[in-house]
Design a protein around this ligand. Structure first.
Ligand SMILES: Nc1ncnc2c1ncn2[C@@H]1O[C@H](COP(=O)(O)OP(=O)(O)O)[C@@H](O)[C@H]1O
Ligand SMILES: [Mg+2]
Length: 343
């Protein structure tokens, strides 16, 4: 009886600290928070304070007056601003816990980019401890992605996971609870958005914002030209660069594919380099098992086909790729065998 009560009163947390989104799971309760990794900082009389975090802060992006700055503290997969990152982590943890008093301090596992330095890892641990965690474990993102995708990470079988996030694409080969190869390419969803912004500026003399570019990518983004015709056509609004007034143009999927060719090419190149650096026995396993794509960027239409064509290997998109890392993180917390934590 007591055991049951304690099980349901679990305060433990699994946090996927992504460059674009932070997702928090509580074992037995499931997903409790899914918000952009964004913080709005306000400066009044030289004093900075947090004005908004998460969804509320993202709504302010590109629309702030001079005294408010919107920051993505993990934008490029490294922590650009440790103080802001700490504030964000604390904010999210407190948001999940509310005003509860803990019967016992919670255990927290946080998923971090594999390239995070020891200073960054310490800062993340400290932020969680200061927010009330008893024990803080870190798990590397490719490991969490692979666990979330159900790959056999504990066995002597090579698996390749490509996690296409906002700021980075993490490419890794895993086997026997470890990373046999890992690389972080600074190309992901953000670079795709940037590529759309510059394409539209160059070819249509129209200036659009990042949020608009991201919307275009999600609605009609495509990794390769449509095989027939030009696919879907979208109308987009921005500021005309010639006469400076708001204007509207249309763009089709052939053009969007052209715009995205550089970031998509960079991801494919990263995968190629990883394969070249993979030991033959592991490479043989990958031929059988294929490459698994996770992260929001895996939702880009045709990315799997483009990687398959470039490598000749089977490529599959994990179920619900946006939450794959978060699900792997909570699975690691709950299952003794998968507690493959980093230092
Ligand atoms: N349908 C979609 N097509 C293409 N990209 C998408 C789609 N949905 C989300 N994304 C992109 O996925 C990225 C976020 O993925 P996520 O895995 O949450 O990143 P991170 O782990 O770095 O926070 C963003 O750049 C977002 O625009
Ligand atoms: Mg991620």
């Amino acid at each position: 009886m007591l055991g049951r009560i304690f099980k349901f009163a679990s305060y433990d947390l699994a946090i996927d600290l992504g460059t674009a989104n932070t997702i928090v799971h509580v074992p037995s309760r499931g997903l409790v928070l899914d918000e952009p990794s964004v913080v709005a900082i306000e400066t009044i009389n030289g004093v900075k304070r947090v004005k908004a975090v998460g969804d509320e802060a993202k709504l302010m992006m590109g629309k702030t007056p001079g005294h408010i700055e919107v920051i993505r503290p993990l934008k490029d997969g490294v922590i650009a601003d440790i103080d802001v990152a700490e504030q964000m982590i604390k904010h999210f943890i407190r948001k999940v816990y509310g005003r509860q008093n803990f019967r016992r301090a919670p255990e927290v596992v946080i998923c971090v980019p594999s390239g995070a330095t020891s200073v960054e890892r310490r800062a993340i641990r400290d932020a969680a401890s200061n927010a009330g965690a008893r024990e803080v474990h870190l798990i590397l993102e490719p490991m969490a992605a692979a666990i979330g995708a159900g790959l056999p990470v504990t066995e002597p079988i090579g698996s390749m996971v490509v996690d296409v996030g906002g700021g980075t694409t993490e490419i890794a080969v895993l086997s026997l609870r470890g990373l046999a190869y890992t690389a972080s390419v600074r190309v992901g969803g953000d670079k795709m958005d940037d590529a759309i912004v510059s394409y539209v500026r160059r070819n249509h003399n129209l200036l659009i914002g990042d949020i608009t570019a991201e919307r275009i990518k999600k609605e009609a983004g495509i990794a390769r030209r449509p095989t027939e015709g030009h696919g879907i056509t979208l109308s987009i609004k921005g500021r005309d660069l010639v006469n400076g007034v708001p204007a509207e143009i249309t763009i089709n999927q052939t053009q969007i594919a052209e715009a995205l060719s550089e970031p998509v090419g960079a991801i494919i190149e990263g995968v190629r380099i990883a394969l070249e650096n993979t030991a033959p026995e592991l490479a043989a396993d990958i031929v059988d098992q294929g490459i698994v794509l996770t992260g929001g960027g895996a939702l880009l239409s045709g990315l799997d086909d483009a990687i398959c064509e470039a490598t000749g290997l089977p490529v599959v998109v994990a179920d619900d790729p946006l939450t794959c890392v978060a699900r792997g993180t909570v699975f690691a917390l709950e299952n003794e065998q998968f507690r493959i934590f980093a230092h």
